[in-house]
Design a protein around this ligand. Structure first.
Ligand SMILES: [Zn+2]
Length: 392
């Protein structure tokens, strides 16, 4: 935990969809939490030795990827790749939400086995934060035979997520709906896979299934990777209260169409962004940044509102104390800018023209995690993170 002052901020994007811009040019962090947002403070920053000069760049909340498929530690057997979480941190991701751990080699499919796997994944990532990234894992994959007592036991063990329904054994909407009620009664958030099949064993799922199950999230409504018809997304919006998710591992055209549809309904608070990676399409360290630029540029939605879809909207869905720049929240922050060579002069304008943002620094609990991103283009502005401030 750390104290930090960030000053000379050009624009503060709050991450809150109702009020996406915050006024001021400084943020103070005390004990890893945001303690002040506003005009450059004299007294509120007393005693703080760690100072970052943002040189007029933009600060947004750390990105929350609503759809990842981790397994254990910073390794994905799906693409036989190590350090993918660290790579995503260099793309601005500070929080990850598991949509299930289906890539676990030899994944058990009996009730006892899936229960054990989700509790193991949850407790393992609760103890281990690869590169500081907050990974919320242990999303139980539904299999026939799970009982209400099993959900009670999992909830007591800390399980808060049900993996996207449709990629595991439960295919019957009635069984899925019954288990969803058991899960939601215990505070778990439930996702349903939508659209075409992803990998062998997953199914094709449309609006009928989602309406029958009434989940908390309709996963990858632009496809994972194959999109369902837009009319189905409209029915999901109309006949459920689920959040609708847009992912990198999907159909780009459909992402813009869904975003436009949700925007037209005045329901931008229901949109959440994820990568759906690791997957067959690989690992996309800049995936969230790229989906943000697709939505801002192709659906022509205000970039600061798009930032909220990848930060505050996800935190709100899962009840997390990150994702919004306001006093009391965990100080998970990004200093971002237009990339060098961009036709835009700042981060928000860069998103609006479809460029991928430059991440100058990712800060978790008030501690900068690197001096410069190894994965994004460099920022237009010369932002120097003192090496002494960076987590070792
Ligand atoms: Zn899926």
């Amino acid at each position: 935990m750390s104290d930090l002052l960030i000053r000379n901020i050009g624009t503060i994007v709050s991450g809150a969809i109702d009020q996406p811009l915050a006024s001021g040019d400084a943020i103070v962090v005390r004990d890893g939490k945001i303690s002040y947002v506003g005009a450059d403070p004299e007294s509120t920053a007393d005693g703080i030795e760690k100072v970052v000069d943002a040189v007029g760049a933009t600060v947004i909340p750390g990105l929350c990827d609503n759809h990842v498929h981790p397994v254990v530690g910073d390794y994905t057997p799906r693409q036989r790749q190590v350090d993918f979480i660290d790579s995503c941190l260099h793309g601005g991701v500070t929080t990850m939400i598991s949509a299930g751990e289906p890539h676990t080699p030899g994944r058990p499919t009996d009730p006892m086995g899936v229960k054990a796997l989700s509790i193991f994944a949850h407790k393992s990532f609760a103890k281990l934060r690869p590169s500081g990234v907050k990974v919320h894992a242990g999303a139980v994959m539904l299999e026939e035979g799970l009982t209400e007592a099993d959900f009670e036991e999992m909830a007591a063990a800390g399980i808060r997520l049900v993996a996207e329904i449709g990629i595991s054994g439960v295919k019957d909407p009635e069984v899925a709906a019954t288990m969803t009620r058991w899960a939601q009664a215990r505070g778990m958030k439930v996702m349903v896979h939508t659209g075409g099949a992803s990998i062998p064993g997953s199914g094709v799922i449309g609006a009928d299934f989602v309406v029958a199950v009434q989940p908390d999230v309709a996963g990858h409504t632009n496809g994972g990777p194959t999109a369902l018809p837009l009319a189905d997304v409209e029915r999901i919006l109309e006949e459920t209260s689920a959040r609708v998710e847009l992912v990198h591992n999907g159909n780009v055209k459909a992402a813009a169409e869904v975003a436009r549809l949700v925007s037209g309904r005045g329901e931008l608070g229901r949109l959440v962004i994820g990568t759906d990676s690791p997957a067959g399409s690989g690992v996309q360290p800049l995936g969230i940044l790229r989906v943000m630029s697709w939505i801002a540029s192709l659906a022509e939605i205000a970039p600061e509102e798009v930032v909220a879809m990848a930060t505050g909207n996800v935190a709100d869905l899962h009840g997390l104390a990150t994702g919004v720049i306001e006093v009391g929240r965990e100080a998970d922050l990004l200093i971002v800018d237009a990339p060098q060579g961009s036709q835009a002069t700042d981060a928000l304008r860069a998103l609006a023209i479809g460029d991928t943002l430059a991440v100058a620094s990712a800060i978790i609990d008030g501690i900068p995690r690197f001096e410069k991103s190894r994965n994004t283009p460099p920022p237009s502005r010369s932002i120097k993170i003192p090496p002494s401030l960076v987590a070792s």
